[in-house]
Each structure stands twice: as C-alpha cells, then as structure tokens.
Design a binder for this molecule. Sequence first.
Ligand SMILES: [Zn+2]
Length: 152
Amino acid sequence: ARRRLARAHKRVANARNDNLHKVSSRLVNESQVLAAESLRIINMLKNHCLAESIADAAWSELFRMIAYKMKREGKYFVQIDTFFPSSKTCSCCGFKLDKLDLAKREWTCPHCGAHHDRDANAAANIRAEGIRILRAEGLPVLRREMSSPKAR
Ligand SMILES: [Zn+2]
C-alpha cells in the first residue's frame, strides 16, 4: 500500500509539473513582456481554504519557470512588488478607493463611473505598472491593446 501511495504521489507531482511547464511555456511564447504581482501579494490575497502549501509551491514553481524561460528568450518578466494598489485603483482614470473588500468582485468608480471586474481591472493596472517600470529602465515598450481574458 505504501508503494502504491508513493507511485500515486509521484504521478500527481509529475502531472502538476507537466501542467506548470505547459502554462509557463504558453505565456512565454505569447509575450514579449510579462508583468505580475509578486508572490508575496498573491499569497496575501489567496483563499485560505485551499491547500496552502501545495498552492504556494505551485505558484513559486510557475514563477520560477516563467522567469528562466523569459530570460532564456531574451524577454522581460516584471514582478510588481511593494504595495501597488492594483485592485482598488481605477484603470480608466486612476482614482484610488480607500478600501475594497476581498469579497467584492466588481465595483464602479465614483470618479469616472467606469464599472470594473476586480481581476480585469487589477490586470490592467499591473500591465500599466509593468510598462511604466520597463520604460523607467529605458526600454522602449509600445502600448498595445490588451487581449480580453474573456476572448481566450
Ligand atoms: Zn475612474
């Protein structure tokens, strides 16, 4: 039984690793530049009901794979650290809410009236911040329309 369990664990680990390689390769192949919130922020926001250690390890491994694959291809992977307020800043006008509860998945900007999906708005802000950082480092990053997550 112990050997069978060990084999089952190995199969699960192999499948997870294989999936992380596929996801990271797809992201790297589709992009010249990737920007993401740092793992510290992702870990702060994650759902504590999930199996935390497994989720932590998977995120770390995904970021590690993205980082080395981007580097290998001569591309840029920007991790947005500090307390960049990606979720509660309006990606249309820059207005910043005082607070936005984790449970709130959508919100309307009191300044410009834009209605936001929490994650899509955060992604737009992370993208803009990534471009800002790369430009500040002297890289000529062109601004293109972001593909909609819904269109994928
Ligand atoms: Zn706004």
